[in-house]
Design a protein around this ligand. Structure first.
Ligand code: ADP
Ligand code: MG
Length: 338
């Protein structure tokens, strides 16, 4: 008998796990299929080919009155470049597909492309194709990006090892706070609100950090934080077969996030664990190389904050400031469980 099961019962990641085994028809050349930030494909030459794609849907990911078209255009490309960064890669070419409501202003689309082109230009990415259709209601934006990475440098989610240091390449939680402000739930002073809203709308793809880490020989695994620290660290742990310990007092809290937490009577760490769309890199570093790498990163104007370590076992644990230990699970963004 047909047994109806709703998507919300298995969640976004339960659904992806269901379709993942269907993907592999021709095994040769597939270094990594479904289940990482990019698909990794072996081609002739010293580099792997990387491919990634992301969807932005009006009213699910953004509202038209949140930001000028240029900003939406930049973000649509930036989130894809972030996945290339998470694999340690260099982006190459982008493909843009749009389902457009018929009453959308052409000027809006011009602005969208101008924004996207500006970011593409700064990372030397071509815009090489796409598809255009009508939409009955909302604007749907899909961007796909290709990239390359030297075969011996690719960063994947399943290769973190017990003993590795857990590090992040920038502050977390600001984007989630910015989203709350955009959703109109809170009235805050502009000097607090503006940088948080900017963190949500204008994420910077950490491509220089990705290349620095991939070429260092000291980074064993990476993911970009799109769904929140707890969820994305959960992916690294589960895929690598290790557990994680994170120290509350090592997690950087930016000034705007600290002010936001104070004004909303929250602990910033809770926002950081569950909030998504930070697009910084969460990485595993060889223990004996981590300190030197951190020093070199800082010398080059990049940030690398050690926040914990991978250990043997399963699950994740947070060591509070008072030294109590609390297990935590993935509680970041899931499209069907929100
Ligand atoms: P990211 O947040 O890095 O973009 P996702 O969580 O969206 O990654 O996706 C995780 C993995 O699942 C990726 O390998 C992605 O290509 C794959 N994936 C997501 N949705 C689908 C789908 N509908 N069909 C096949 N693969 C999918
Ligand atoms: Mg990703």
């Amino acid at each position: 008998m047909y047994n109806a099961m709703k998507l919300k019962e298995i969640g976004e990641f339960g659904f992806i796990d269901r379709v993942a085994p269907l993907g592999r028809i021709r095994a040769e050349g597939v270094v990594k299929g479904i289940g990482d930030d990019c698909a990794v494909v072996a081609v002739d030459g010293p580099d792997y080919l990387l491919v990634t794609t992301d969807l932005l849907v009006e009213r699910v990911h953004f509202l038209m009155d949140w930001a000028p078209a240029e900003v939406i255009g930049r973000k649509a490309l930036a989130v894809n470049l972030s996945d290339i960064a998470a694999c340690g890669g260099i982006p190459l070419d982008a493909f843009i597909s749009l389902a457009i409501p018929e009453d959308l202003d052409v000027e809006w689309l011009d602005g969208f492309y101008q924004g996207m082109r500006g970011l593409a230009d700064s990372f030397r990415v071509n815009l090489l194709g796409g598809d255009t259709t009508g939409s009955k209601s909302d604007l749907v934006i899909n961007v796909a990006v290709t990239g390359r990475v030297p075969c011996d440098q690719v960063l994947l989610r399943h290769t973190a090892r017990e003993g590795d240091v857990i590090a992040i390449t920038g502050p977390l939680g600001e984007s989630a706070a910015g989203l709350e402000i955009l959703l109109g739930k809170l009235q805050l002073p502009p000097q607090v609100a503006a940088p948080l809203v900017a963190a949500h709308l204008e994420p910077r793809p950490h491509l220089p950090e990705g290349r620095f880490l991939a070429s260092s020989g000291a980074c064993t695994s990476a993911i970009d934080v799109s769904d929140g620290l707890s969820s994305d660290l959960g992916h690294l742990c589960q895929d690598s077969g290790v557990a994680a310990v994170v120290y509350e007092d090592r997690i950087p809290v930016s000034l705007p996030l600290a002010r936001f937490a104070e004004l909303t009577s929250r602990n910033p760490i809770e926002i950081i664990l569950s909030g998504g769309e930070d697009y910084v890199l969460l990485v595993a570093l060889k223990h004996n190389m981590a300190e030197d790498l951190q020093r070199r990163a800082h010398q080059q104007g990049m940030r690398l904050h050690p926040i914990g370590e991978f250990i043997a076992g399963r699950g994740m644990e947070l060591v509070r400031r008072n030294n109590t230990r609390e297990p935590f699970g993935p509680r970041g963004w899931d499209h069907f469980r929100a």
